[in-house]
Design a protein around this ligand. Structure first.
Ligand SMILES: Cc1ncc(COP(=O)(O)O)c(C=O)c1O
Length: 394
């Protein structure tokens, strides 16, 4: 072999996502580990799932269900999803052509975007929003159009949304129950959205990963309930949230056949399939609706426990109508750190008080700071009690 004429080097890259760094969730979780803080930052349970679900995966593996499943997901799981949607929201999705099993909601959302957004198309996001939406749109070459939810209440402002729709708008992403604000869209909101989109060709990406965490007897207003929305919607959900298995990364998309067909074109070259034994286990486990029907009460108890403890502090509690988040306003705390930017406040809270939280500014493109931080209460009661003991100083 001839000696190389130039030394080996790694070619420099022009980043596809120049504005993306380490996410705040990773930063705060690392800081919580380093400082021994109670981690109420990142949204995941610190308790295990139902052992019956783990047994069901093991049973599927031992039965030899370990090879590639069909590209859109195993038929029994798609049937189970279809039945559940019909029972809960009154719309039939054909398991063969309208339901696709995905590697979590994150893969579902990027696949919705890659399969529908052409370079230059506009996509509306309602801020604050889940952190994957914006980079997903950018990767597709789309133009991100940010519309704020109303500061303070986080309700949708339909005048602002209407003003953002142009002839180039391809899609709007809606998330209810909402991360991070824990608000829930009402029937009137869905009807207004339906009316607004009716004369347009705008698609709806409806992120419903917290569909089974709506409190105080309120219904979950799935886009599936509204014919005018369902006809243009990719409905996205996540088994990780519903069954306390965020690390399994399995979710699904329900969409009309024409939309699902385009979705699957990208899906098949993106992940192709999602792991087989977990799909079979989920299908078997879904035969019993109790786990998801009982989930609101399960999390409502945790929400109430956490809120009752925080009521003894100077944190101002915002409503928590759904999801497993509780936002608080820090501006009345009796410590000077209340005036810090939210991100610095969260660092201080983690280091000095021993509880990790997430600044709401992390969910805005421009870092909008409203002195609000988010706690996650998907934790064992003793974890919440321990966090509350620490927060009691405030
Ligand atoms: C609003 C929202 N959408 C999507 C996801 C991603 O879900 P998955 O873990 O199934 O990818 C999350 C997870 O935190 C979320 O909060």
């Amino acid at each position: 072999m001839n000696a190389p004429t130039t030394p080996a080097h790694t070619p420099a890259l022009a980043s596809r996502l120049p504005n993306v760094g380490t996410t705040i969730f990773t930063v705060m979780s690392a800081l919580a580990t380093e400082t021994g803080a109670v981690n109420l930052g990142q949204g995941f349970p610190d308790f295990n799932c139902d052992p019956a679900l783990v047994d069901a995966v093991s049973t599927a593996m031992q039965a030899g269900l370990n090879q590639y499943p069909p590209m859109p997901g195993v038929p029994v799981l798609r049937e189970a999803i279809s039945k559940k949607i019909e029972a809960l929201y009154g719309r039939h999705y054909d398991a063969g052509s309208e339901i696709t099993v995905t590697a979590g909601a994150t893969q579902a959302i990027i696949t919705c975007i890659l399969s529908t957004v052409h370079p230059g198309d506009e996509v509306i996001v309602l801020e604050p929003c889940y952190d994957s939406y914006v980079p997903n749109i950018e990767l597709a070459g789309g133009v991100v159009v940010r519309v704020p939810l109303t500061p303070g209440t986080f309700r949708p402002d339909f005048d602002k949304i209407a003003a953002a729709i142009t002839s180039k708008t391809r899609a709007i992403i809606v998330n209810t129950p909402h991360n991070p604000s824990a608000t829930v869209w009402k029937r009137e909101d869905m009807l207004q959205l339906q009316d607004l989109l009716a004369p347009t060709n705008v698609l709806l990406i409806s992120d419903e990963v917290y569909e089974h965490m709506v409190f105080d007897g309120q219904p979950h207003e799935s886009a599936a309930r509204y014919p005018g929305l369902a006809a243009r919607a990719f409905i996205v959900s996540s088994f990780g949230k519903t069954y306390h298995v965020t690390g399994w990364k399995v979710g699904f998309v329900a969409a009309p056949a024409a939309l699902s067909a385009e979705f699957r074109k990208v899906h098949q070259f993106n992940v192709f399939t999602v792991n087989t034994p977990v799909q079979h286990a989920l299908a078997a486990y879904m035969a019993n609706p109790r786990p998801y029907l009982d989930l609101p009460a399960f999390y409502e108890h945790k929400r109430d426990l956490f809120r009752a403890g925080l009521a003894n502090t100077r944190f101002k509690l915002l409503p928590s109508e759904g999801s497993y988040f509780q936002c608080v306003d820090i501006s009345e705390l009796a410590v000077p750190e209340r005036s810090l930017p939210e991100g610095d406040f969260c660092q201080w809270l983690t280091r000095e008080i021993g509880v990790a939280a997430i600044p709401l500014s992390a969910f805005y493109g421009n870092g909008f700071d409203q002195h609000v931080v988010r706690f996650c209460f998907a934790k064992k009661d003793e974890t919440l009690v321990s966090a509350l003991e620490r927060l009691a100083r405030l």
